[in-house]
Every structure is written in C-alpha cells, then in structure tokens.
Write a protein that binds this ligand. Structure first.
Ligand code: IMP
Ligand code: MG
Length: 208
C-alpha cells in the first residue's frame, strides 16, 4: 500500500454534536431517525479530501469518473475545491433491486472520455459490500489509464464482501443505512444536505 492509501485510511467518525445542531427537520422526523454527518462536517471534510487529492495528483491532467447518481452532491463539492486540470465523465450503474442491497448491476451509461494514459480519479458515494467498485474498476483498467485512484465519501467496511478499499475516504461509518447528500433509498432523499440514518420502518420489508 502506498503512502496515499495509508493516509486516507484514517478512520474518521463524525464528532459528537449538540442536539440543536444535529436536529432532523420536523417534516422528516418520521423517516429520518438522526443526522449522522452534518452539512458543516461534510463541507469541512470534503475540502480536506480535495486538498489531499490535489497534492497527490500534482497538477496532472486528470479524468474524474463519477458513478451516477449518488455522487451528485459530493462530486460537485469535491471538484470545486480540486485544484487540478480535469475532465469529468460519468458511468451509470444501477442495481436491479429497489432496496438497500447492490444486487445485480446494470450499466446504464458508459464512459465517453478517453482515459488511455491519463490519471483517473474514480468517485463513488459509498463503499459498502464492494461489489460495485469491483465491477467498475476492471472496466476502467481495460481502457489502459496511467493510474486509477478511488475516492468515496463513505466507507461501511463492516459490510464488505469483496477485497477492496478506497484510496480516499471521507468518513468511515457504522453499519447503518444512510440517505442524503446524494444518497438515496428508492431514489428518494438525495436532496437532503446532511447524511442521515433512515428509520428502519421505511425499508423493513426489504431484506438487508
Ligand atoms: P456496494 O456495491 O455494496 O459497495 O454498494 C455500493 C452502492 O450501494 C452505493 O453506490 C449505493 O448506491 C448503495 N448503498 C450502499 N449502502 C448504502 C446506504 O447506506 N445508503 C444508500 N445507498 C447505499
Ligand atoms: Mg450508488
């Protein structure tokens, strides 16, 4: 493992917050149990990640490849702080299941930008079982980039089934189903500005 990977493997748990700061808005209280990571914590951490990535990529032409759709907010915040000459492209990947599992993956959008001999930063919202990144990485490797680094906002390492870890991790989180800041449950909640824990009764009929 190189120095970058070591540095980024730091476990970062959300700090303790006052109740007032972490309050779920009243109209969401029956759906969102609690706030796990506040807007402020996200903003602070994403800036630090961007600085770290910018330093490691040392001004090289970079192709940021982002997985749809969970990365929307994280990606927008990350790249605005990324001081690199970059191109941006997306891979569409979705699972057949509506629920909380990755299931069988289908590619809904392929890469358009040529990544051959270029540096690639692959961005995803959350590394859970690892099945998604394990399917996507070989696809990109086959296009012969100079190197690929992976960056995820959240890492739920307790649920990992594939032997994979990300080079850059925003927050290491416990085994909870989270929504917001781009992450969804059945395509909902992506617009929440914080990362919150979904009430289990919302997905109680789905096998975890
Ligand atoms: P993996 O393939 O199991 O690593 O899961 C990665 C994908 O599953 C993510 O890109 C998300 O779309 C989804 N996912 C996993 N855990 C959560 C969660 O807690 N909330 C929302 N989506 C999740
Ligand atoms: Mg996703």
């Amino acid at each position: 493992m190189n120095a970058t990977a070591k540095k980024s493997k730091r476990k970062i748990f959300p700090a303790r917050r006052s109740k007032a700061e972490a309050a779920v808005p009243p109209h969401l209280r029956s759906e969102v149990e609690k706030i796990l990571i506040t807007e402020e914590q996200l903003a602070r951490r994403v800036k630090i990640l961007a600085r770290e990535i910018g330093r490691d990529f040392r001004g090289r032409e970079t192709v940021v490849v982002s997985l749809l759709s969970g990365t929307v907010m994280f990606l927008a915040d990350l790249i605005r702080h990324l001081n690199l000459p970059l191109r941006l492209d997306f891979i569409g990947v979705s699972s057949y299941g509506v629920g909380t599992e990755s299931g069988d993956l289908v590619f809904t959008k392929e890469l358009r930008i040529d990544v051959r001999n270029r540096d690639v930063l692959l961005v995803d919202d959350i590394l859970d079982t690892g099945k998604t990144l394990s399917r996507v990485l070989p696809k990109i490797r086959a296009l012969k980039p100079r190197r690929i680094k992976t960056c995820v906002l959240l890492d739920k390492s307790a649920r990992r089934v594939e032997k994979i870890q990300a080079d850059y991790v925003g927050f290491e989180i416990p085994d909870l189903f989270v929504v917001g800041y781009g992450l969804d449950y059945a395509e909902r909640y992506r617009n929440l500005p914080f990362v919150g824990v979904l009430h289990p009764h919302i997905y109680k009929d789905i096998r975890l």
